[in-house]
Ligand binder design. Sequence first.
Ligand code: NAG
Ligand code: NAG
Ligand code: NAG
Length: 363
Amino acid sequence: MATKPARPTSRRLAPKLPFARFLIGLPICMIAIFNYGDKISYFFRPLWDKPPRPFNALPHFYAENVSMEHLCKLHGWSIRSQPRRVFDAIIFSNELDLLEVRWGELNPYVTKFVILESNTTFTGKPKPLFFSSNRARYAFAEGKIVHGVHPGRIVPPGSNKDPFVLESDQRVAMNQLLYDAGISNDDLLIMADTDEIPSPHTVQLMQWCDGMPPVLHLQLKNYVYSFEFRDDYSCSATFHIYGPETRYRHSRQTDFILSDAGWHCSFCFRHLEDFVFKMTAYSHADRVKYSEFLNHSRIQKIICKGDNLFDMLPEEYTFQDLIKKLGSIPRSTSAVHLPAYLIENADKFRFLLPGGCLRERLI
Ligand SMILES: *[C@@H]1O[C@H](CO)[C@@H](O)[C@H](O)[C@H]1NC(C)=O
Ligand SMILES: *[C@@H]1O[C@H](CO)[C@@H](O)[C@H](O)[C@H]1NC(C)=O
Ligand SMILES: *[C@@H]1O[C@H](CO)[C@@H](O)[C@H](O)[C@H]1NC(C)=O
């Protein structure tokens, strides 16, 4: 007798839903929402009334030691004689540990690490230049770093400035920084947040093949708090074959998405103080409805249970955020197929691995 699975699979659930036909062609990152079942989907009805345009998910082939020529061919692409240069462009806030994992992981493939930080938060408050004051930690990548500081705008408390406007200012500044970094046509550009890390073999595929779509979303395995809490997929990071029309953005840019292309670890911080900073600084700071949300012992408890930091009502979610924010995530005991840099430096990054949910206090 088969045991009952903990959660229904999308295959079993889909036929019950009147909008099942929308599932055809949807990537896993959308299908996964159905895994939570009818109870939750009730709250999501407004979303299903107007479903986002479906992605066209490209199959992604990879195994160790298979030649690049064969891999390119499997995707329907051809192999180049020279690899593309790679520019990794991120807007940085305070993700110091994940920045080390990202750069450590991608260093062998990347030409320039382009990093922009602002002296204000997306919510318009003054902010320390966390990268500048910790730069020595990244000496291993020093020759490749192109760092820019964006003079942010201060927003007086109580004013209703939209955090997404401040965020878009920074994306404009990034275009200039990329130009300064010497990017040129046909280079590979990674547009992602610090915590959205493409896997090295995916970067190599894009470096070595010709014939793929010039803009590709990356379907990344989503994690929250650490790689112990696996939470579906995210879709917002992109690869671009750089051209005259390329502009730095972090929204839906094409219908193409490459399956299983890396990792996204949100709120993957070492210190409880970092959580508080991120919760009040990022684009969704309006979710901090009560000051007790910032209570350290509350945050610690939530991290170890895989619960939601914002105790959100689902109807306030945007489609993308909804994926990240659904309650209690089951613990995973797998640390297989994670960034190699993380495993090689496991002692330094215990808090990102299974069994490491207890966080440090700065003081
Ligand atoms: C991959 O190739 C390297 C050298 O060509 C070899 O040492 C290694 O054992 C191979 N690994 C696998 C999994 O086949
Ligand atoms: C941010 O930097 C700009 C340019 O250096 C400066 O004029 C501004 O006062 C700074 N803002 C804060 C909040 O430090
Ligand atoms: C934080 O929450 C705990 C219990 O959850 C409570 O005992 C403690 O007093 C709270 N701390 C502050 C500063 O509110």
